[in-house]
Design a protein around this ligand. Structure first.
Ligand code: HMG
Length: 369
């Protein structure tokens, strides 16, 4: 498929990440809940769950990531004409999280500002809208409002003792959408949605309700549809071999492994071929996810930020987004000239270097506060 040169020049110009100041190893949670640690570490593939504090919640994560992305970008705050925040950690039923972030940044004026909700898919939708906003020519050519600021930020908490508890996490990724210095975003993508109650949070309830096994089936089915559509009538081996990395929404790493197996099965691959693709192109992208847990909307973009580091110009990356409810979309990215240096890794290194590990007792106090 040939891509319009104008389209291939639009994409991610800068990335910033922010992780919270606390974390707990899942073995500690296993101790607290009387579970075998291997259930969490091997059964789910989890390692550490990032935790927020009184001082750092979803707003601080989103603002922190946005400041870092803007500092790294060659434009100014005055050039931002759109701010969209994908989140399912809304702090108000009316006022969008983007208003809190704009407050934190000092962003106001001729700016479109809004929040996007579709479970973990909200950040991807915000990014798609920002790319389409730029490509559609909706920007007044007489203004300097040429770039969009997209943020995916969430704090994932389950009820204490819920089977989802070991998959908890938090984090934020901010992406400036402008020229594709970090990565181009193909205008064509591959969505799939089905109305379902796999994971949802009724208004007024603090924690999600989950139909666990069903949610796994929905995720796997969505992945199979999206990858099949992306491959089309091409040879799946050639289509997948042509990718430098394949990133997924990571509710927990074992979910991604199961999805790769299902996608591979659809392509007629044997277990050895599935394992080869998973080990070479998928597993390495989840390194940061294992250290922060499920950050809902930010989860896929944490994986993408990790995968882009070190890539050469033109290297192709697939990004599979899934949000319960459910909606999914497979995006195709191409590495830009700033991908190789991967400057945003400094954000993760700084946050991991400073964060404190809490034990089970401190975690219980934190939950009680
Ligand atoms: P569970 O009760 O822990 O499930 O809940 P389980 O008993 O089936 O155990 C899990 C795995 O541990 C199994 O492995 C066991 O065999 C294994 P599998 O057979 O599936 O490969 N196991 C052990 N392994 C080693 N040593 C042991 C041991 N014991 C057991 N001793 C569940 C698991 C995922 C359902 C739960 O964590 C949950 O409800 N999570 C939340 C929902 C979720 O993450 N769903 C994923 C798809 S939906 C999604 O991604 C959207 C989401 O991000 C939200 C959004 O969009 O906003 C969640």
């Amino acid at each position: 498929m040939s891509i319009d040169p104008k389209a291939s020049s639009v994409g991610i110009a800068s990335i910033g990440l922010q992780l919270p100041p606390l974390a707990m190893q899942v073995e500690e949670l296993a101790r607290l809940r009387g579970q075998e640690p291997a259930k969490y570490t091997i059964g789910l593939g989890c390692r550490e769950m990032a935790l927020c504090s009184d001082e750092c919640g979803v707003v601080e994560l989103a603002v922190g990531a946005a400041k870092r992305a803007l500092d790294r970008w060659h434009g100014d705050l005055d050039d931002i004409g759109l701010i969209a925040v994908g989140t399912e950690t809304a702090v108000d039923m009316s006022r969008p999280l983007s208003a809190w972030v704009a407050d934190g940044l000092g962003l106001r004026g001729a700016v479109r500002s809004y929040e996007v909700k579709h479970a973990c898919y909200g950040g991807t939708l915000a990014l798609r809208q920002a790319v389409e906003w730029k490509l559609a020519g909706a920007v007044d050519p007489r203004s300097d409002k040429r770039a969009a600021l997209v943020i995916a930020a969430d704090v994932a908490l389950y009820a204490e003792g819920d089977p989802g508890e070991p998959t908890q996490g938090a984090g934020a990724v901010a992406l400036v959408i402008d020229d594709a210095r970090v990565a181009s975003v193909d205008p064509v993508s591959f969505p799939w949605s089905e109305p379902a109650f796999d994971f949802w949070r009724p208004v007024g309830e603090a924690y999600p309700r989950v139909d666990g096994a069903f949610s796994l089936d929905c995720y796997k089915r969505a992945a199979q549809h999206c990858f099949r559509a992306m491959v089309g009538d091409r040879d799946p081996n050639a289509a997948i071999d042509g990718l430098a990395a394949i990133c997924f929404h990571v509710p927990f790493p074992k979910m991604v492994k199961k999805a790769v197996a299902q996608v591979g099965e659809g392509f007629g691959w044997d277990a050895e071929r599935v394992a080869q693709i998973f080990d070479q192109k998928v597993d390495p992208t989840m390194h940061w996810n294992r250290l922060c847990g499920n950050a809902y909307t930010a989860s896929l973009w944490i994986s993408v930020a990790n995968a882009l580091r070190g890539l050469s110009v033109g290297d192709r990356v697939a990004a599979f987004s899934y949000g319960s409810g459910f909606g999914a979309e497979l995006l195709m990215l191409g590495a830009g000239p700033d991908a190789a240096a991967g400057a945003w890794a400094a954000d993760v290194e700084a946050d991991l270097g400073q964060r404190a590990l809490v034990d089970a007792e401190a975690y219980s106090s934190l939950r009680a506060s």
